[in-house]
Design a protein around this ligand. Sequence first.
Ligand code: NAP
Length: 272
Amino acid sequence: MKLYAVMGETMEHTLSPQIHTRILQALDMVPNYCVLEIARKNLPDVIRSAWVLGFSGMNVTIPYKEEIMPYLDEISQEAQAVGAVNTIHFHEGKTIGHNTDYFGFARMLQRAGMDPAGKPAVVYGAGGAAKALVACLRDSGAAEILVVSRNVEKLDALRWLFPSIKTAQPQQMPNHFGGLFVNATPVGMYPNTQSCVISQNQMKQFEMVADIVYNPFETQLVKQARDLGIPAVSGLYMLVEQAVKAQEIYQQINIDAQIGETIYHELCQRFL
Ligand code: NAP
């Protein structure tokens, strides 16, 4: 029987067990998926313990997506590009790290009909998720990528990882950039649901707006963009699709798109 988990430091609000359980049920598999709260001092022992316990796959969340990498045997191409792992596949005696946020984001944009190819894109935020977004936008052919953050050290680190990007602090945000705007900060997330990273005036310059925050279902950023008539999407579909991609890796199959769609609609009901 296959065993899966999500591991992080504090796991009170994770939706991973719910989403993975639904995917496994849809695949007619036994949904053995548990939540592991791991103290930082125990991180070096996690992989060995997982082998002993017989895990087949493990999702990784804040704050261990980067710290876990030295303990793995192989890192996939996209996880190397992103510099972070959120999915570990225990396969034929090896641990292989992947980054499925990259794919989840790509599928979210695709479903929303937002094609970044040939267009400029602003990524607001410079944390772990921002790296996956930048890698995905670069690989999707975005014409120019500007990362905006209040954190200068993180901007420097991103420029080192992605030499072709431009960076700016919030007060240097341009007024006529156009293309896609993506929020990759927790601003607007429950319980601070009235917050928004940019003003409606700044928003007017963009053709498309995406928020990777998924709770609330429709963030203030998305509401304000829609009020201006700008197509906008929030992060719930990305959350579902990064989990679907993780199961595609664990099971080594392509999963019918309808499964993600059904789970997404079930979660929408929960959030509405
Ligand atoms: P992270 O590594 O902690 O990075 C957060 C980034 O947001 C940092 O650049 C941080 O700047 C910035 N930030 C935080 N609070 C801010 C504020 N009040 N004003 C301006 N900037 C602020 O987190 P992450 O893993 O990148 O995740 C970011 C968000 O994306 C979270 O809400 C997470 O739940 C969501 N997410 C969604 C999905 C999905 O599937 N939909 C996947 C991954 C992440 P400082 O360094 O200066 O604090």
